[in-house]
Design a protein around this ligand. Structure first.
Ligand code: SF4
Length: 189
């Protein structure tokens, strides 16, 4: 499903509608700072590939953001390779799979970075703010933050899904692309 059917002009809408919180954070950060560090680029870039963004569109998308903050030559020299690499067109031409929750949750993390699972990386006030920004009620914010505090990151993500997809069945999230597909199934049928 979805393969090669995603229009990059729709990414803002899709982010608001169907991205899990980890990818929302990366998308927003990229839009506001016009840059992401290595782990963030890997995590978000492979997710985009998984939802069906073509290599050509991925290059357009990353280039359009990065060149708001650097000259196009630098993008071509330092970053375009990385994008092509994710699509298996450089290096050992491996077909890299989008990262699952376990991998994202266990990724090394330092302050000032935006990759990782926000249910783990954000402290309770930061997570509360992010949930509020995504339209969760105060009661829902508490429920999700409580699960995250107990270390149940994927259950927190599943609860976030339920609260942003009213009337949906409870699903257990194991992969950000699964989150996206389930969401699109609900919203677009
Ligand atoms: Fe992303 Fe998985 Fe964390 Fe949800 S549980 S925010 S999909 S890493």
């Amino acid at each position: 499903v979805n393969k090669d059917k995603i229009d990059i002009r729709q990414l803002d809408t899709l982010a608001e509608m169907s991205y899990p919180l980890c990818m929302r954070q990366l998308h927003q950060r990229l839009r506001s700072a016009h840059h992401l560090k290595h782990f963030g680029r890997q995590q978000y870039g492979l997710f985009l590939k998984g939802i069906g963004v073509s290599l050509e569109d991925a290059l357009l998308f990353w280039r359009s953001e990065f060149t708001k903050g650097m000259d196009p030559d630098k993008f071509e020299r330092s970053y375009a390779y990385n994008v092509r690499h994710m699509y298996g067109r450089e290096g050992k031409r491996a077909n890299y799979a989008p990262q699952n929750c376990m991998k994202i949750i266990s990724a090394p993390f330092a302050p000032g970075q935006f990759h990782g699972c926000p249910f783990k990386t954000l402290d309770p006030p930061g997570l509360t703010k992010a949930l509020q920004g995504n339209g969760l009620s105060v009661i829902a914010q508490h429920e999700v933050v409580d699960l995250a505090k107990k270390g149940h990151f994927q259950l927190a993500c599943s609860a976030f899904f339920s609260h942003t997809h009213k009337g949906s069945e409870q699903i257990l999230i194991g992969h950000p692309n699964q989150y996206f597909d389930e969401s699109q199934r609900i919203f677009t049928g």
